[in-house]
Ligand binder design. Structure first.
Ligand SMILES: Nc1ncnc2c1ncn2[C@@H]1O[C@H](COP(=O)(O)OP(=O)(O)O)[C@@H](O)[C@H]1O
Ligand SMILES: [Mg+2]
Length: 371
């Protein structure tokens, strides 16, 4: 059993994305995987498509209401069991505060019930309370996703301090491996950060970097691992390499994933979102979007399908006060916004939406494959 805590005190640095995708990828290699959602926000649980807010989890286990097995959800993705989390997990900290051995609770459960897993991945919360301490006490190693920003480096330093504290207080030596995520290999800034991480953690830098891809957020939104939602996205391939690295480190031969998961060579990010599983590029489809209720002088369209340049490669028709936008794009899922008299906004005629990185909302468009 390999127990890996995916931790970094900084929020939004890719912990949950890494937990979900690494778990799914190891499951594909015929490893038995347990993913423990240790964050009361329950993002790993949601990201695997489990939306039940009353789902029992570790709180019920630690308070002896249910057993470990009773709260497990089996095979949420092939070969991956999930120990889900909901907001009730936040009540664990006050529950455990006065108990002896309060920071060993998870370890004891895993010693008793976790034996038949090859990998246990723990998705940690972005704080250093009892939940994180329980995860770190149970873990044999820490995988710390680090975003290529200076702020993230700070989080890495804090994590170092924690493992230092664990070794002083509990005499456990916990190796920390940093995993660069949301990486843009083309910027000099990212290369500088990579060098700094290497300097700070000379032995603990993963040889794999997870590249930035817009598909990561969408996959989470649709409750699927990237490798199922967009198997050819750059980051999906990077997580495959991370699983290889992990299996190689544990002395296991790297099992080749099933054929349909094999990637076509030399696909760039721009292209890879729209490849089918057979590797053939599907035909572009004609798309007509109607905006009937919007009164304005100018309505433009920008999205993943035209590099977010308003009206680039888009034909506009304005008939009887109704706007119509016509363009072609390969099948896939696209984010877009409209620009109404120069003002960017989501499409009010489309209920499918997803939060964007700037705190706003993008609209979602799915272009199906026509045969
Ligand atoms: N490789 C990536 N490329 C682009 N966006 C990513 C990538 N990895 C994660 N994200 C996005 O960044 C945000 C934070 O990631 P998440 O895994 O939830 O972080 P954490 O668990 O550390 O809070 C999410 O919206 C997620 O979809
Ligand atoms: Mg998270």
């Amino acid at each position: 059993m390999n127990i890996i805590a995916i931790a970094n005190q900084k929020g939004g640095c890719g912990k949950t994305t890494t937990a979900i995708n690494l778990a799914a990828e190891l499951g594909k290699r015929e490893q038995r995987v347990l993913l423990i959602d240790m964050d009361p926000q329950g993002h790993a649980t949601l990201g695997l498509g489990v939306h039940d807010r009353d789902q029992p989890g570790l709180y019920e286990v630690f308070s002896d209401e249910l057993s470990f097995y009773e709260v497990l959800l089996s095979d949420v993705v092939p070969a991956v069991d999930l120990l889900p989390a909901t907001i009730t997990l936040a009540a664990v900290e006050p529950l455990l505060t006065d108990q002896p051995g309060r920071e060993r609770q998870l370890l004891e459960q895993l010693e008793r019930y976790g034996q038949h897993y090859d990998y246990v991945l723990i998705d940690c919360p972005p704080s250093l309370g009892l939940l994180s301490i329980n995860a770190l006490r149970a873990a044999q190693q820490v995988l710390a996703p680090v975003e290529a920003s200076l702020f993230a480096l700070d989080g890495l330093q804090q994590l170092h301090d924690i493992t230092g504290m664990l070794s002083d207080k509990y005499h456990i030596d916990l190796p920390v491996k940093a995993l660069p995520v949301m990486f843009d290999p083309h910027t000099r800034f990212a290369q500088t950060i990579l060098r700094q991480i290497r300097d700070q953690l000379p032995t603990g830098l993963s040889g794999v970097q997870i590249r930035h891809t817009v598909r990561a957020r969408e996959a989470a939104w649709f409750g699927k691992p990237l490798i199922d939602y967009a198997p050819h996205a750059t980051a999906a391939r990077d997580y495959r390499r991370l699983a290889d690295e992990m299996l190689a480190a544990s002395g296991l031969a790297v099992v080749t994933p099933p054929k349909e998961a094999l990637e076509p060579p030399h696909v760039t990010e721009q292209e890879d979102n729209h490849m089918t599983l057979t590797g053939k590029r599907p035909q572009r489809q004609m798309v007509v979007l109607n905006f009937d209720e919007i009164e304005c002088k100018r309505l433009q369209l920008a999205g993943d399908f035209n590099n977010w340049v308003p009206d680039q490669d888009i034909e506009t028709r304005h008939v009887n006060g109704h706007w119509q936008k016509v363009f072609t794009a390969p099948p896939g899922v696209y984010e877009y916004r409209i620009v109404v008299d120069g003002k960017w906004q989501q499409d009010p005629t489309n209920p499918a939406e997803i939060p964007n990185e700037l705190g706003g909302i993008n609209s979602l468009l799915q272009i199906p494959v026509h045969h």
